[in-house]
Design a protein around this ligand. Structure first.
Ligand SMILES: Cc1cc2nc3c(=O)[nH]c(=O)nc-3n(C[C@H](O)[C@H](O)[C@H](O)COP(=O)(O)OP(=O)(O)OC[C@H]3O[C@@H](n4cnc5c(N)ncnc54)[C@H](O)[C@@H]3O)c2cc1C
Length: 468
């Protein structure tokens, strides 16, 4: 049997700027590609929305790889069994992958690498999923970064390697019949209308954003009624596009259009939060399960199943939060500003454990990311390393008035409030009876009354958190 190379795809479902694939293809041998469904393995088990995305992304990848003459094997089982089996079956001599950064993933990859090398297989790993690898970034004192601003200062002055070109091959042809081992829950069917999936779609999305919206990003990114952000997060989460590709495309746009420089700078600093979360994940295996700052381990969380259910269903009585939770359920995403407001209402006003909210997001977000989801939840809850302070409790009414003054976003997702005038759209529960009657809103029946009193619950959270 002739010698062959194996490329193991994980969170890097693309063919351009893929260092592992690039190295394998330049080796001159036959190349096989592998994706493993490792449920219950080193990787956190994916939620339903992410599994839906993964299924379609694997189909797109299979088509792109077919264009290079590389077959994609999709296998279920533990990697330490699947990889050796495939090696034996296909006479593989070289194995390539791009590195992962979660502590359990690193450990599993390290063990597999050692065992394969022990059997004479060459194993090479590469950096492909972050701007700078977590072990390559340290403070002046040689410690991990715990604060974003110095991390960003250090990152932005580094030379981010230019992305590798797309390997030469026949044009990609879509293959829609790959058996990805996926069974879709019924509710994910509706996600189709909101997204185009795969590497080609990710590239188009990047170009469209850089051409049309990035110049205004610093201003519009906080306005949920506008499409002011890139919508690249699921593409980045699955590695259909690499952060280096995004970085360099944005930089070259900045050179060509200096008037966009501020927007691009802000955009790249947001992209850097993704790296910052991976930096934390690398050093903190318990990012999704334990408060990163020890004194927040003993928050007296309330167990209020009815309030949690109302929150998940977008029935809290706070229009901007309800709009966000319904956007999430309908589309698999939620605007960043509204994610902060929804998370703050849950973890602070309702004093419900942030891990429950994180779990809901994990299951319903198409961009659910093992570093950024818990990292951001800990940021909102106040228990993250560089978190929003415990006394910062977002007011969903004033935030709504500030970022969605005409209620464009609320009216889109909470249609039963469509006729409420702007002045009351973020607090219909306080509107005069005649205003509600004219808008055909009955608080408590057509739209819920607030599930919590904002002022009292704010004080309750302050009392609980300040004592820790
Ligand atoms: C409670 C909560 C949970 C979140 N969970 C996730 C998650 O599971 N996955 C995820 O990718 N983002 C998460 N975010 C961050 C952020 O909301 C999304 O990255 C952003 O809304 C995606 O939209 P976009 O691609 O249009 O972002 P843009 O504004 O266009 O930003 C560009 C890219 O930068 C990265 N980015 C931007 N903001 C952040 C941030 N705060 N943290 C990490 N990366 C960021 C994303 O990769 C994003 O695609 C969460 C935020 C909050 C408050």
């Amino acid at each position: 049997m002739s010698s062959r190379a194996l490329v193991w795809f994980r969170n890097d479902l693309r063919i351009a700027d893929h260092p592992a694939l690039n190295a394998a293809l330049s080796g001159g041998t036959d190349v096989l590609a592998l994706f493993i469904h490792e449920e219950g393995g080193a990787q956190r088990t994916r939620g339903a929305a992410a599994r839906w995305w993964l299924h379609h992304s694997l189909n797109a990848l299979a088509g792109d790889l077919a264009g290079l003459g590389v077959p994609l094997h999709i296998v279920e089982g533990p990697a330490d069994r699947v990889v050796p089996d495939l090696i034996a079956e296909h006479g593989i001599s070289d194995v390539y992958w791009n590195r992962r950064y979660g502590p359990a993933e690193r450990e599993a990859d390290g063990l597999l690498k050692a065992s394969l090398r022990g059997r004479g297989i060459a194993v090479r790993s590469f950096a492909g999923s972050v701007l700078a690898e977590p072990f390559d970034m340290a403070t002046g004192a040689g410690k991990p970064f715990s604060v974003f601003t110095p991390f960003w200062r250090a990152l932005r002055t580094r030379q981010i390697p230019p992305p590798l070109p797309r390997p030469a091959g026949r044009p990609a042809r879509p293959r829609l019949d790959a058996d990805t081992g996926y069974v879709a829950p019924q509710w994910t069917a509706k996600l189709h209308s909101s997204w185009r999936i795969g590497e080609a779609a990710a590239q188009e999305q990047l170009i469209a954003f850089l051409e049309a919206a990035v110049g205004d990003y610093a201003r519009t990114r906080d306005v949920p009624g506008l499409v002011g952000t890139s919508r690249l997060s699921p593409h980045l989460a699955f590695g259909e596009i690499s952060p280096r590709q995004v970085w360099h495309a944005a930089q070259s746009r900045a050179h060509g259009s200096p008037q966009c420089a501020d927007g691009i700078d802000k955009f790249l600093s947001e992209l850097a939060w993704r790296d910052f979360n991976y930096h934390q994940f690398y050093h903190r295996p318990d990012i999704a399960t334990a408060a990163m700052v020890a004194r927040y381990k003993d928050v007296p969380w309330r167990s209020d199943d009815a309030a949690f259910a109302a929150w998940t269903q977008g029935r809290t009585g706070f229009p901007i939060v309800d709009a966000g939770m319904r956007e999430l359920w309908q589309t698999g995403t939620m605007h960043n500003r509204v994610r902060m407001l929804a998370a703050s209402l849950l973890a602070k006003n309702l004093l419900i454990d942030w891990r429950r909210g994180e779990g809901w997001f994990w299951d319903t977000l198409v961009d659910a990311d093992a570093a950024s989801n818990p990292g951001n939840w800990q940021w909102v809850a106040g228990s993250g390393l560089d978190a929003s302070p415990y006394f910062r409790i977002f007011n969903p009414v004033t935030q709504g008035e500030r970022f969605d003054p005409q209620g464009i976003y609320v009216r889109r997702w909470v249609p039963e409030l469509a006729a409420v005038p702007d002045a009351w759209i973020h607090h219909p529960f306080e509107a005069p009876a005649e205003v509600l009657a004219a808008a055909q809103v009955h608080i408590g029946s057509t739209y819920p009354a607030p599930i919590v009193d904002l002022k009292r619950s704010r004080q309750r959270a302050l009392d609980a958190l300040s004592q820790l």
